[in-house]
Design a protein around this ligand. Structure first.
Ligand code: 13P
Length: 272
């Protein structure tokens, strides 16, 4: 039984000065590869899926699989809804037993984002699940759709922090998907916020950042780092021939190798 609340993972990460990898999944191979990596390295992890991916992987099917994988794992695993945009979807994740949900109101004016987030914090009280919100905006949608990144104003970060959230995705020039060039990250936002937020800072758009950028972000208090594109690319390129079972096995291995690289980089190895 290793299904845990995301709050406890992030608290331990803060105490230990590392970040927990939050890896996006699309199917069983992704789930197995990520959990295998975490077990082999003795690391806590977060399994997540974004609402926009649910037409491909329905929550009522993949959700129970994510939870089952967490319960069977020998390391602590939190199960998280990434970029929850609608209340019915957020409620479904909570009802299934997800131990964390993200309420993404980043496209709304800040007052509405705050109001929506408060509503989700209230909803989550029934199950005790952790809640993540977003300020500023992570560039491009989780599925690569166009939208411009926005640097989070400090005042908006403090307003979101007062909603009772556990984690806060902060736009600092990061974007989902592949970067055309290494992005210029606004570390000064994190420097200003360090020690002043109750919520743990979260970084979206991890694929394509340099090792040095990750180290600096973690030193500045980043405690949850999301990786999606690299996991999906690893799986896609592992599927070479027409033998479905060989593809399943090579997918699990490729996803596991990719997740391991991040786990080591984030410093969570041996922290289970
Ligand atoms: P990448 O696809 O850039 O790794 O971003 C993942 C993410 O932030 C999911 O919310």
């Amino acid at each position: 039984m290793a299904l845990v609340n995301m709050r406890s993972l992030l608290r331990a990460a803060e105490a230990g000065g590392y970040a927990v990898g939050s890896f996006s999944v699309a199917n069983m191979e992704c789930i197995r590869g990520i959990v295998q990596a975490a077990e082999e390295l003795g690391s806590p992890i977060i399994l997540q899926i974004a609402e926009i991916r649910l037409p491909y992987s329905p929550l009522r099917l993949i959700g129970p699989m994510m939870l089952a994988a967490a319960r069977c794992a020998s390391v602590p695993v939190a199960v998280h809804l990434d970029h929850g945009k609608t209340l019915p979807c957020l409620q479904e994740a909570l009802d299934l037993g997800f131990t964390s949900v993200m309420c993404d109101g980043s496209e709304l004016p800040i007052a509405q984002n705050v109001a929506l987030t408060r509503q989700v914090v209230d909803m989550a009280k029934a199950t005790g699940a952790a809640v993540e919100a977003e300020v500023g905006r992570v560039g491009r949608g989780e599925d690569g759709s166009e939208s411009k990144e926005q640097i989070a104003p400090l005042d908006d970060c403090y307003r979101m922090d007062e909603t009772g959230i556990d984690a806060l995705a902060i736009g600092i020039g990061n974007a989902h998907g592949l970067y055309a060039a290494t992005p210029k990250l606004h570390y000064e936002v994190l420097e200003e916020l360090r020690g002043k937020l109750r919520a743990f800072p979260v970084l979206h758009g991890g694929t394509g950042l340099t090792d040095e950028q990750f180290r600096r972000l973690i030193a500045l208090g980043m405690r949850k780092i999301n990786i999606a594109t690299d996991i999906f690319m690893a799986q896609a390129s592992a599927c070479q021939g027409k033998d479905i079972f060989k593809n399943i096995a090579s997918s699990v291995d490729a996803v596991s190798a990719t997740a391991k690289r991040y786990i080591k980089l984030f410093g969570s190895e041996g922290k289970a």
